[in-house]
Design a protein around this ligand. Structure first.
Ligand SMILES: Nc1ncnc2c1ncn2[C@@H]1O[C@H](COP(=O)(O)OP(=O)(O)O)[C@@H](O)[C@H]1O
Ligand SMILES: [Mg+2]
Length: 373
């Protein structure tokens, strides 16, 4: 049976293994951190991403390699490609590591993005502010996650402090979108080129960290027809993702983060991997994103992404609350990552499934009493 090697041994790797074990697959992890979430489940080689000898040893006997986060060096993926197929393709990794390259790639395929400009000097920043305007957000092009490496500029007087904070590394200035909501689309493409999509999910962030996902995305129906509205955004987002996948000859799960303002969808970033806003699919979809990712890697048919109802997912950040009281909430499932608790660290999540959006918002309130907001 297929043996999958995973670069990165955090919770995403762990959930990939949990899904793959059901299909009789085997797993092996590679992560510089010795103490890991996924290492509790499968062999874990702890070495640096440029330790070529260790990587070669890791690759030996694997059928396919994947990764659970997009900041692993592209050279690491390219090196492993000499021994074993690596999916998603390293081109996807390359594009998603640099916000400027990524947004230019979106544009080249007709996928709308917030207006943006490259910033390499103080003079560039002044020009960029003239082009992009205020409010805007200055971001490092590389290595940002969970809102790290970005500063919002909401007045002229905040330009200089933003520069002082981030200077010294290549930057991008983006227009700050006053969005109605944040959405994400998750899709999977297998080696035969078949594609499945999940319904758009609606995401709430706090301090740059995802707190909560509701899927399918919901809009309170004061304005226009809910059904038409939902279908339009869904099909538009699917068109965008199909274009990205085809262009990259993609294999695996892809996530696309979007801002929705009125009828407009703007692509914010993509993640060439399973995504936090897709955790609800474990308990709330016909096939989870984790299972579809490993199916795609193994050259197997994909399963439906159809939702079983309305789902919510709440991240557990910093600590695991009282387990019994969470499990006492009807329809709730707890997922614990086996990580030592630390402020700001994702240590688990809770999902809950209901019949309607009204019901799901009640469940969220009930759960937020237990896990905090
Ligand atoms: N151009 C923008 N306009 C409005 N909000 C933004 C913009 N860029 C980022 N944000 C907010 O910050 C969050 C994190 O930014 P993102 O670019 O997705 O970086 P990360 O790699 O940290 O996820 C977004 O989910 C959104 O809430
Ligand atoms: Mg993001």
């Amino acid at each position: 049976m297929t043996t999958i090697g995973i670069l990165g041994a955090g919770q995403l790797g762990r959930m990939l293994a949990l899904a793959g074990y059901r299909l009789g697959m085997n797993f092996r992890f590679f992560d510089p951190a010795a103490d890991s979430s996924a290492g509790q489940l499968a062999p874990h080689i702890a070495a640096a991403y440029d330790d070529w000898a260790a990587l070669e040893k890791f690759a030996h006997g694997l059928d396919v390699v994947t990764y659970e986060f997009e900041n692993i060096p592209v050279e690491t993926a390219r090196f492993l490609e000499k021994f074993v197929p690596v999916y998603p393709p390293s081109a996807a990794l390359e594009k998603s590591q640099d916000r400027l390259v990524e947004k230019s790639f979106f544009r080249s395929l007709g996928v709308p993005t917030p207006p943006f400009a490259e910033v390499n000097s103080r003079a560039d920043l002044d020009n960029a502010v003239r082009v992009v305007g205020i409010p805007s957000v200055l971001k490092t092009r590389r290595m940002g996650y969970d809102g790290k490496g970005q500063v919002v500029i909401s007045a002229e007087s905040e330009v200089e402090p933003a520069w002082e904070k981030l200077k010294g590394t290549p930057l991008i200035l983006e227009s700050f979108i006053l969005f109605d909501r944040e959405l994400s689309l998750i899709g999977a493409r297998n080696q035969a080129g078949h594609v499945v999509f999940y319904p758009l999910a609606e995401n709430t962030h706090q301090d740059g960290i995802l707190r909560r996902t509701v899927a399918p995305a919901h809009r309170r129906p004061q304005t226009g027809s809910l059904i038409t509205y939902r279908q339009t955004s869904q099909s538009l987002a699917e068109v965008y993702m199909r274009g990205l996948m085809q262009s990259l000859n993609y294999v695996g799960v892809l996530a696309l983060e979007l801002f929705q303002a009125g009828d407009q969808l703007y692509a914010n970033e993509m993640a060439p991997r399973v995504h936090n806003s897709g955790h609800w699919t474990i308990d709330g979809a016909v096939t989870s994103q984790f299972e579809n990712h490993v199916r795609a890697l193994a050259g197997l048919p994909l399963g439906s992404g159809h939702p079983l109802g309305v789902s919510a997912m709440l991240n557990l950040i910093g600590k695991i609350p009282d387990v019994a009281s969470i499990l006492d909430v009807d329809g709730a499932h707890l997922h614990v990552y086996g990580k030592s608790p630390r402020p700001g660290r994702k240590v688990g999540h809770v999902t809950v499934l209901a019949g309607t959006h009204d019901e799901i918002f009640h469940k969220i309130e009930e759960l937020e009493e237990l896990v905090g907001k």
